[in-house]
Design a protein. Structure first.
Length: 324
């Protein structure tokens, strides 16, 4: 395996203590099995490990090779890093003999080192190659996608994933520019967007929404989230908790709707002769919704948009294994 150098970029883990506290790693739960869905630079993983008992286990996932390299510095036998999306957690852990866990943390944010490293192409603030892939060993780069996609699909992605009202104008401008020259750098794309966007939100660069949209699409972030939420629910043991930290409205809406579908179970017509004990029961209960404190936002402005939702799987909701 090639050794990947880890650049020195500062990263502050959002809702660090709050997220780990939400998993309730107390008593016998300290010897349970847990999942950190995005290792990042390991803030949550390291704190979880500090709370685990000698028989506890932690599996972390990440698509980013630099995150994998950082995780390789942890020598704790209770810890294992998996180079893949958390969407694959069921298959990955089944191969390791694990079919249920005692808690799952999904931190959906992009890490500061990824944003601050111009070579990754995530940010319009510094000029760099237009890549945007979390996992640079797989898939196509943003530049390759922009060079070949239809104008209609460009508009759809920018509108739906970036919630950008000028998506039509931006897509048209991209197609016009690529006919003249390849769009290969972040500064090129940011300039194209700036010229196409007629009005600007106060305090926000006009390229913000477009860069978000392309990054989400290139990395299949919403598809991974949809699959990952279902996989996480399926793996939760009775009484186990799931904490999800999202950073933009598309993610949070998906998380909110998914949890609501487990908490509010559709009931049959009241006129039907069904005993109360036989009525469908909620599958999960909501524990909390939390945002970073003013103090955290002051120290880390990038945490401002974060929302953490925590839910617990109810004991009655897991089918009896012997009857399965």
């Amino acid at each position: 395996m090639n050794v990947v150098a880890v650049p020195e970029f500062q990263h502050r883990t959002v809702l660090l203590d709050e997220a780990v506290d939400a998993l309730d790693l107390t008593g016998v739960r300290a010897d349970g099995t847990y999942i950190d869905g995005t290792f990042g630079r390991g803030g949550h993983s390291r704190l979880i490990l500090s709370h685990l008992g000698p028989n506890g286990r932690l599996f972390a996932f990440d698509k980013d090779l630099q995150a994998i390299a950082t995780a390789g510095q942890i020598t704790d036998a209770r810890f294992e890093i998996v180079h893949d999306s958390f969407a694959t957690m069921q298959q990955a852990l089944a191969a390791r003999g694990v079919d249920q866990v005692d808690g799952i943390l999904l931190d959906l944010g992009i890490s500061s080192p990824q944003v601050d490293d111009a070579a990754r192409g995530f940010s319009f603030r510094n000029d760099g190659p237009l890549d945007m892939r979390m996992d640079t060993t797989r898939g196509v780069s943003a530049a390759e996608w922009l060079a070949s996609e239809t104008e209609q699909q460009l508009e759809r992605v920018i509108r739906n994933y970036g919630e950008e009202r000028f998506a039509f104008q931006i897509a048209k401008a991209i197609v016009a520019r690529r006919a003249v020259e390849p769009i290969s750098s972040t500064r090129q794309l940011a300039g194209i967007v700036a010229n196409a966007v007629k009005t600007r939100e106060k305090g926000k660069d006009p390229a913000t929404r477009t860069f978000q949209a392309i990054r989400i699409f290139i990395n299949k972030e919403l598809e991974d989230l949809e699959t990952g939420l279902s996989a996480a629910y399926a793996m939760l043991a009775p009484g186990a908790r799931m904490a999800v930290i999202s950073f933009h409205s598309l993610e949070d809406r998906m998380v909110k709707q998914f949890l609501a579908s487990k908490v509010k179970v559709e009931q049959p017509d009241r006129r039907l002769p069904i005993r109360a004990v036989d009525l469908p029961q909620p599958l999960m209960k909501l524990i909390s919704k939390m945002k970073p404190s003013e103090l955290e936002v002051e120290g880390n402005p990038r945490s401002r948009s974060a929302v953490m939702r925590v839910a617990e799987r109810l004991p009655e909701s897991r089918p009896n294994r012997s009857a399965a």
